[in-house]
Structure formats: structure tokens, C-alpha cells
Design a protein around this ligand. Structure first.
Ligand SMILES: [Zn+2]
Length: 441
């Protein structure tokens, strides 16, 4: 320890560089220098809470302005009124750029505003500031981001929008072999508008959100597949989905060449829903009777995988299971089904599925019978899971779903679909980012 410290001190003395008197202009030139422009003057204005730093920018005398469309140097035409852009704040003090844009006469594009490397269209923020806010908006909620950096929710939204649009335009869609399709519920209510269809890439080397669309109809999924493009769809080897009929129809028609797998996560959740329904019906029926006590506060213990229930909870669970209540019988059926996924041979898995379904149908538990009938009618797609074994891991869709829930919940303030769509691409799309010379955060 001591030796290391001494070494540092000595080397620090030896390599001592000449220091410069630091002014803000030096800093700005160090972090982002724009070819063709110079920072002319920098002033601190206002006082107290309204302090701000004003940075005046001037064109470089020897360099001609460029056309904003083709980036070619062109002869000048005129000068427009001075505009203002918000830049990343310095020590909590807001920083603004001021510059009167020139217009140039481009041989190809006519009279047009010059290219400004810090600006994007008519937006009132510099690209550096938009990138700064967008990066923070992935770690904090948008409202928090706006609060911490003293800007509006709207500004954060616009920044994320710019970031995401850039990312979507520059992302690579080559080499996608496996996709998962799912429906997500968002906002309050159960109307069709409260559902989203999401398409994930679930390859082992890349897991990300590819597309999100309103509702969960055949038309929605058709739009999604069209957005990915025919090259992506024809390259698919595996498609993973729920038993939702509209999806099954579209996938059979549009991606029939890929192996269609009904995934484990969804089948498990159907079983859990059926079990929960049996419990609810029974506890209503038994209301006030002796058996009702056994069903109290059992919901989560029942829905968890049996092997994960420990201690006192396990004792209570087993008491319920052996009590001959309908809920206990439904739990045994749910728990037995787990066995299905452990088969190595397709033949044995098929035999097990057949056995399980006939047991469930004889159980006289209506919700369980319903699941059994559904599994029977989709037997081929369920057994595809064994053909795809090792190629797609079953936890992926579930994991991505949980992340989506986190975003939709955290962003409860998203009243519009557009804002939520942006947030989902932003956090789960693994989009490329616009490059910037300096990373502000
Ligand atoms: Zn041009």
C-alpha cells in the first residue's frame, strides 16, 4: 500500500504538466469543437436562481457554410435571426447557445439553412443536451429526469424521441433467427386498446424489443411483421408465442416456414390462471364453512412452484392439498404438469401430455378441463418445444415481459401510446446511439 502511494506521488511530481488558467471557452473547445464555428463570447447573466451562461457562436471566417441537406460547402445567401439552444448545464447553471444561422445557395437544394453540427431541425435543444437527457431518462423516470435537470417533461420526451428515432433508423436487423410474440396489458381497463402486441428477438446472442403496436388483433401482428420486412420474416427459424388465436392464424400464414413453438411460460401461466379460478370459486362457495379457512391467504403459495414453497407455508399448503378440496386437486394437476418439460424424448412427452389431459378432463374442475382441451387442440405446436429444445431458452420471453412491466409501471405518467412506445424502444430496443464527441453522462 505504502509503496503504491509513494510511487503515485513521485510520478505526479515528475509528470507535472503546465496548467492553464481555465475559462469556460477552453472547456467547450476541449469537449466539443465544431469545424467552421468558433465560441465567440461567454457571459454569466442574471443572479440567484435565474443565473444562466450565454455562449455566443460565430462562423469561422475562412470556412464556408454547408448545405444542411447534402453537407457541401456553398456560397452564402443571407443571415437569419439569432436562435437559441439549450446546452448541458454547468454546475447546475443553465447554458444557452446563441447563433444567427446563415442561409446558403446550394446548386442542388436551392436557398437553404446551413448545417449546424449542434442542432437538429427546429428543436430548441442542442443534440448534446438531448442525448444527455435521453441517457438519464433510461435510469430515472421521465418526470424525475425533468425535475433533476430543471427542464420540462415535454423536453425529456422530445429528447428520447429524437434518440429513439435515430436508433431505429440505424439499427441492424440482420441475422434474426428466433422471435417471440406476446401481448401486454397496459394502463387501466380491459378494452382492446389497453393491449399491446410486442415482438422480441430471442436469439441467444441478442435479446431485444423489435416492435410494439397497439391492440392484439391479426391486423396488429401483420403490421408488426411488415415493419420488420420480408427479409427478416423469411430468415426466421423459430417463432414463439401464446395460444392466442389471432396470432396463431397470422403466424401460420406469414411465417409457416419457421418452427412455431408455444412456450413454457405461457402454458404455465394458463395453468396458474385456471388454478386461481378454482380457488376463487371454491372459496366463494365455502364462505363461512370450515373448509374456507384452509383457503385463506393461500393464493401465492398455490401459484408458486411447489418446490419453492418452504417452511410453515409448505405445511399449510400440504394440509390444503390433502384436504380433498377442489383447489388441492387443481394444484396437484398444475404441479404434475411441470414434469412435462423435463422429458428428453418427444414420444414420452407426447404420451405424458395425453395422460395429463385425460386426467384433467376427468377431474370435474371446469377451468382445468378448459386448459386440457386447449392443450389438446394445440398439441403439435406444444410438442414443437421439444424440437426446438436448446435453441431457444424458455425464460427469455418471461424476462423481457417483466422488464416491459417495469417500464409501463414506472411510466404511469404516459397517457399516450406514443410516449410509452418511445420508452419501450428506449429501454429494451438495444438501439444504437447517435455518436457524440464527449459523453456528458
Ligand atoms: Zn445541398
Amino acid at each position: 500500500m505504502v509503496i503504491v502511494n509513494r510511487f503515485r506521488i513521485e510520478s505526479g511530481v515528475k509528470n507535472k504538466q503546465p496548467t492553464t488558467q481555465l475559462d469556460v471557452k477552453t472547456l467547450l473547445n476541449r469537449i466539443q469543437r465544431f469545424v467552421g464555428f468558433v465560441y465567440q463570447s461567454i457571459r454569466l447573466r442574471g443572479s440567484g436562481g435565474s443565473q444562466r451562461i450565454e455562449v455566443k457562436i460565430e462562423p469561422h471566417q475562412g470556412i464556408r457554410a454547408k448545405c444542411s441537406t447534402c453537407l457541401r460547402a456553398c456560397p452564402g445567401y443571407d443571415v437569419l435571426e439569432e436562435r437559441r439552444w439549450l446546452f448541458v448545464s454547468l454546475w447546475g447553471i443553465a447554458v444557452h447557445f446563441f447563433y444567427p444561422p446563415r442561409r446558403v445557395e446550394c446548386p442542388e437544394h436551392g436557398v437553404i439553412v446551413e448545417h449546424l453540427p449542434w442542432s437538429q431541425g427546429k428543436r430548441p435543444m442542442t443534440t448534446a443536451m438531448m442525448g444527455f437527457l435521453a441517457r438519464w431518462a433510461r435510469r430515472l423516470s421521465w418526470r424525475e429526469t425533468a425535475g433533476v435537470f430543471q427542464t420540462s417533461w415535454e423536453s425529456v420526451y422530445r429528447s428520447v424521441q429524437w434518440f429513439v428515432q435515430w436508433g431505429l433508423a440505424h439499427r441492424q436487423l440482420e441475422g434474426i433467427e428466433a422471435i417471440g410474440i406476446d401481448e401486454i396489458h397496459w394502463s387501466k381497463g380491459q378494452r382492446s386498446n389497453n393491449f399491446l402486441t410486442v415482438i422480441y428477438q430471442i436469439d441467444s446472442h441478442c435479446r431485444r424489443l423489435l416492435w410494439v403496436g397497439k391492440r392484439r388483433t391479426q391486423a396488429t401482428l401483420r403490421r408488426g411483421l411488415a415493419a420488420l420486412g420480408p427479409a427478416v420474416v423469411s430468415g426466421l427459424r423459430f417463432v414463439c408465442s401464446d395460444m392466442w388465436q389471432p396470432y396463431l392464424r397470422v403466424l401460420a400464414a406469414k411465417a409457416g416456414h419457421a418452427l412455431h413453438v408455444l412456450d413454457r411460460f405461457h402454458i404455465t401461466s394458463h395453468l396458474n390462471q385456471a388454478l386461481d379460478q378454482v380457488r376463487r370459486t371454491e372459496s366463494t362457495r365455502l364462505h363461512g364453512e370450515a373448509g374456507a379457512k384452509r383457503l385463506k391467504k393461500m393464493r401465492w403459495k398455490l401459484l408458486k412452484r411447489g418446490s419453492r414453497v418452504r417452511g410453515q407455508a409448505r405445511v399449510k399448503l400440504y394440509r390444503l392439498v390433502f384436504s380433498k378440496l377442489a383447489t388441492g386437486r387443481a394444484w396437484i394437476l398444475k404441479e404434475t404438469f411441470e414434469h412435462f418439460w423435463s422429458y428428453k424424448s418427444l414420444m414420452w412427452a407426447e404420451a405424458f401430455l395425453d395422460y395429463w389431459c385425460s386426467r384433467a378432463i376427468r377431474s370435474r374442475l371446469e377451468p382445468m378441463q378448459k386448459v386440457a382441451r386447449m392443450l389438446r387442440s394445440h398439441q403439435a405446436l406444444i410438442l414443437n418445444w421439444f424440437k426446438a429444445k436448446g435453441e431457444i431458452s424458455n425464460g427469455v420471453v418471461e424476462g423481457l415481459n417483466n422488464k416491459i412491466r417495469l417500464v409501463t409501471r414506472r411510466s404511469y405518467g404516459f397517457r399516450t401510446f406514443n410516449a410509452m412506445e418511445m420508452a419501450l424502444y428506449h429501454t429494451l430496443g438495444q438501439l444504437p446511439e447517435p455518436e457524440s464527441g464527449h459523453r456528458f453522462c
